[in-house]
Design a protein around this ligand. Structure first.
Ligand SMILES: [Zn+2]
Length: 461
């Protein structure tokens, strides 16, 4: 993913849409606009003070390529042309807008009024009201655009960063008691930093971030958690920086006792603050995340079932890893058995062997031998190749595992993996952070443990 520094951050919304939102903000008190990050100063924690200033606006992609969209609002609202800012309709109270695609445009209907526009904005007049889609409610407003490269419509939730985080933190780290509050604060800072460093990376799709694990899970305003909201408020505007840029604040559920060097698990360059370290209070001490139910796990397949899974996952891996920017990192991918062998038809599974491990002990290179030849599966992608039989979880929990093979003579009968942790293990370990909070560690101590060398800074004044 491309890095965008906060100084150069651009909001993905078309300028005129922003102008409309800004105009709406003026109408409802106070102009919002795309934030240009001012010079920052390092500010020690825990000297928190909420940031006062213009908010960072972002677009969260909720739905793509929908044939029609039914969007609602629970109070007075304006329906606007997203490009020109012209008012198309006014709702004096709760109401619904139905949108369909017509050529490259959005056709809309509100009660007896209807029309066609390039893009459509639905914005409550009072920010206390919510826009609604399906069973979900959202702060801010909606933007409806024709799906780029598709034939349907894309629904984007436009809102400010701090409001967005209220719909992210409880879904990413869970709901916890006050004894774990500093972990919620650490999660809020990590999610805020991640968001700022990814603004603009989904620009071609018409928004900034997905509302799912592709970026961060976001479920709107209906089920916010009061303590998570407090953590967002008490850290408002605080982000992690390294050499004056927001860091790539990755996080995962459980590191299994040791975090990853990013460049060893993903086809990415190294980052001094995303390095392999023990997730424990000191040498020989039990890992902070040892109490996680994902700390130890086992996943097994009959050879036949894994063979069936790999008919799909091995060719998918070859397609994925031979893309530009990945193939150099991956090295040799497939050695055919003979001239008639094809990487797209693996055939019978014969052997699995771990050839290399990363600094943290994760699988760096797995050789999978089939009738077609030998596939060399690199880094975290082993999790996509060894998909659990049940489909739950969708991919193998982690790359920190051993392989056990059961054979009947030469024939492979069963394959098992015995591993630790859940997720890529890069950056903050969520279960470790919760344990650190429970032991009285401050948010600063938690963040400097998981992102060593980064500093807490403030954006937006
Ligand atoms: Zn951990």
């Amino acid at each position: 993913m491309r890095r965008i520094s906060a100084r150069n951050q651009r909001i993905v919304l078309p300028g005129l849409v922003l102008a409309v939102i800004c105009l709406m903000s003026v109408l409802i008190g106070g102009c919002a606009g795309p934030k240009r990050t001012p010079p920052v100063e390092t500010e020690p924690l825990p000297d928190f003070a909420p940031v006062v200033g213009t908010p960072t606006l972002l677009g969260v992609g909720l739905l793509e390529n929908e044939k029609s969209l039914e969007i609602s609002v629970n109070g007075p609202a304006l329906v606007l042309d997203g490009h020109g800012g012209n008012r198309l309709a006014r709702l004096d109270g709760p109401g619904t807008v139905v949108c369909t695609r017509s050529g490259g445009q959005v056709t809309w209907r509100v009660g007896s009024q209807k029309g066609t526009t390039g893009t459509l904005v639905l914005q409550p007049v009072d920010p206390g009201h919510r826009v609604l889609q399906g069973k979900s409610a959202y702060r801010g407003g909606f933007l409806v655009i024709p799906t780029p490269g598709g034939s349907g419509l894309t629904l984007v939730n436009n809102l400010d960063l701090e409001s967005y985080l209220r719909g992210v933190v409880p879904w990413e780290i869970g709901r916890h008691g006050r004894d774990k509050f500093t972990a919620l604060e650490a999660q809020a800072v990590a999610a805020r930093t991640y968001t700022i460093s990814h603004l603009g990376t989904r620009k071609s799709r018409g928004f900034d971030v997905y509302a799912s694990v592709q970026d961060q899970v976001y479920k709107g305003s209906a089920d916010e958690d009061p303590l998570c909201n407090s953590a967002v408020e008490s850290t408002a505007g605080l982000v992690l920086r390294f050499e004056n840029e927001e860091i790539e604040a990755y996080y995962s559920a459980c590191c299994g006792g040791v975090s990853s060097n990013i460049e060893e698990v993903w086809a990415r360059g190294g980052r001094p603050y995303l390095i392999s370290r023990p997730d424990s209070p000191g040498e020989g001490k039990e890992a902070y995340c040892a109490t996680s139910r994902h700390f130890d796990w086992r996943e097994s397949w009959t050879a036949g079932r894994l063979e069936e899974i790999m008919q799909k996952t091995l060719p998918e891996y070859v397609d994925y890893i031979t893309q530009p920017g990945r193939s150099e990192w991956a090295g040799p991918v497939f050695s055919p058995r003979d001239g008639s062998s094809s990487a797209s038809r693996p055939g019978r599974l014969r052997n699995l062997e771990i050839l290399d491990r990363t600094t943290s002990g994760r699988v760096a290179r797995l050789a999978v031998t089939t009738d077609a030849g030998v596939y060399h599966v690199r880094g975290d992608r082993v999790r996509w190749v060894l998909k659990p039989s049940s489909g739950n979880p969708f991919i193998l929990r982690s790359a920190l595992f051993e392989v056990e093979l059961v054979r009947d003579g030469e024939r492979l009968v069963e394959v098992a993996t015995r591993g630790r942790g859940y997720g890529h293990g890069i950056g903050l370990c969520q279960t470790g952070a919760l344990a650190m909070a429970e032991r009285g560690k401050s948010v600063r101590e938690i963040l400097s443990h998981y992102y060593p060398g980064s500093t807490l800074d403030r954006v937006g004044r």
